[in-house]
Structure formats: structure tokens, C-alpha cells
Design a protein around this ligand. Structure first.
Ligand SMILES: [Zn+2]
Ligand SMILES: [Zn+2]
Length: 259
């Protein structure tokens, strides 16, 4: 099933880049670009009504610090120091109109990005767009009611499927970290992990599940895209908003990548 989806998004990506060539502009929305001269990365967040992301922990702390911690970890120890901006509350995110549908294909997600994404990628600044949707992922003809999120292959566009988040985790506090871990996993794809733009520096590519890590303690482990496993992952790791959930193999890949 996963392979089917990758193939689908690969086909889509090819046609997408074909369009881009025609307007003769340089495409800065590439994995390589993030690891060249980019010194600021903005995580831009949008949401449908009813699909609002969690923003605070019970003690009032900002849970989006978790995404910030983990994106920063990917760029830690690299030649260009990167300043990462993550919106701390709903007021600094964009509410998009209710789309009145219960499923979204990869193409539907890209159409939303075209309509609502505000930031762009340049030579020195990166933008990662994350949209929270009140519906499920539609992979070809099948409705994927256990897929928490997707990164559209070859792009910096990610969708999180809020009804799946709402159905997992025994406690709301766990659900918040499941949601954040979903964002981090998909941003890991957007930023080229594992062997999807970033070459591996050790043998940790899961060959049966492309773009994923064989380390079960890493957020890029393939089952961590699904509700049940990610729920266990979160409850087994004592999480705080400062916990780095990428394993050492994935972190070493970013530290060794000089495109
Ligand atoms: Zn994945
Ligand atoms: Zn890993």
C-alpha cells in the first residue's frame, strides 16, 4: 500500500517539475537547497475549522517547541547555522475555509498548498508547509483511516489528518505528542530522510518501506506513520517538548550532507 502511494506521488512529482521548468525559474523547493545556504526555516501551519492543532501542554507550555527542537536537531552541527521559526499558537497559524469533504488525495493537498501557502522557498530561506485537515488520506481508491500524516513526495508540503489523531492515545497529553511526532516524521521526509535526498552514512534504510529508518527508536521508523505504533512510541519514550526523536543514524546523515 505504501509503495503504491509513493509511486503515485512520484508520478505526480514528475509532472509537477515539468510545469516548473516551463517558467524558467529556479526551483528552491528541493531537499538539496535546505542544506546549502538556507539560514532560516519557517514552519508554516494552516488548519481547517475543526482540525485545529494542539498548541499547549497542561502546564501551559507550548507544545510546538517539540517540532522546533527536532527541526533544529537536524541542522545542529552543520556549517550554516539555521534559525527555525515555529508558530506558537493558533493566532500565528492560518485558518483556511472549511473544505466540506472527508478525504484528500495527494493532489488535493497540493491544490490547497497552491491556494493557501504564504511562504516560499528561496536560496537562503526555507518554508515547510503543514496543513491540518478534517478528513482522511485517500490513497488512490483506498481511504487510509490509520494514516496520521503524509508528506507529498519531493515537496515541502505536509498534511496531518486530524480525525486519525483524535482517535489515538489514551490520554490527551499523549495525543499531543502523537500529533507533534507526526509533524516531525513528515518534516523528516520533506527534509530528505532516509535516503530520499540525503544519502545514508550508515546502513539504516528500510528497503521494504522507502524513506524510512530501520531503527525502531527513531521517529522515521516506518510504522511511526501509523496510529497504533506511534502511540506506543510516544508512551514508551518519556516525552518533553525538548526530546529529540530522530535516531543517531538519521542525525548523522544530515551532519554529513554537503550538496
Ligand atoms: Zn513516513
Ligand atoms: Zn532514523
Amino acid at each position: 500500500m505504501k509503495r503504491q502511494y509513493l509511486l503515485l506521488s512520484l508520478i505526480f512529482m514528475v509532472s509537477f517539475s515539468a510545469c516548473k521548468k516551463e517558467d524558467k525559474t529556479i526551483d528552491y523547493d528541493t531537499v538539496d537547497n535546505f542544506y546549502k545556504k538556507v539560514s532560516t526555516i519557517e514552519v508554516e501551519v494552516a488548519y481547517e475549522p475543526g482540525a485545529e492543532p494542539y498548541t499547549t501542554l497542561t502546564n501551559g507550555d507550548n507544545i510546538w517547541q517539540f517540532t522546533q527542537t527536532n527541526v533544529e536537531a537536524l541542522f545542529d552541527g552543520r556549517p550554516v547555522s539555521v534559525s527555525v521559526t515555529v508558530p506558537p499558537n493558533l493566532a500565528s497559524m492560518q485558518q483556511i475555509p472549511d473544505q466540506n469533504r472527508d478525504n484528500y488525495s495527494a493532489q488535493d493537498v497540493m491544490n490547497l498548498a497552491t491556494r493557501f501557502r504564504e511562504g516560499v522557498n528561496t536560496q537562503t530561506s526555507g518554508n515547510l508547509w503543514v496543513v491540518f485537515l478534517d478528513g482522511y488520506f485517500k490513497d488512490g481508491d483506498s481511504l487510509r483511516t490509520n494514516v496520521l500524516g503524509v508528506n507529498i513526495t519531493g515537496t515541502s508540503v505536509t498534511a496531518v489528518f486530524k480525525p486519525v489523531i483524535n482517535g489515538v492515545g489514551a490520554l490527551t497529553s499523549q495525543r499531543k505528542y502523537i500529533e507533534q511526532s507526526t509533524v516531525v516524521h513528515e518534516l523528516g521526509h520533506a527534509l530528505g530522510l532516509v535516503n530520499s535526498g540525503l544519502p545514508e552514512t550508515s546502513n539504516h534504510t528500510d528497503t521494504d518501506h522507502g524513506g524510512h529508518c530501520t531503527n525502531q527508536d527513531c521517529v522515521m521508523y516506518w510504522l511511526n506513520e501509523g496510529a497504533v505504533n506511534l502511540s506506543n512510541f510516544v508512551s514508551q519514550n518519556g516525552m518533553s517538548q525538548f526530546t529529540v526523536v530522530f535516531g543517531p543514524e538519521c542525525l548523522q546523515d544530515t551532519r554529513s550532507f554537503f550538496p
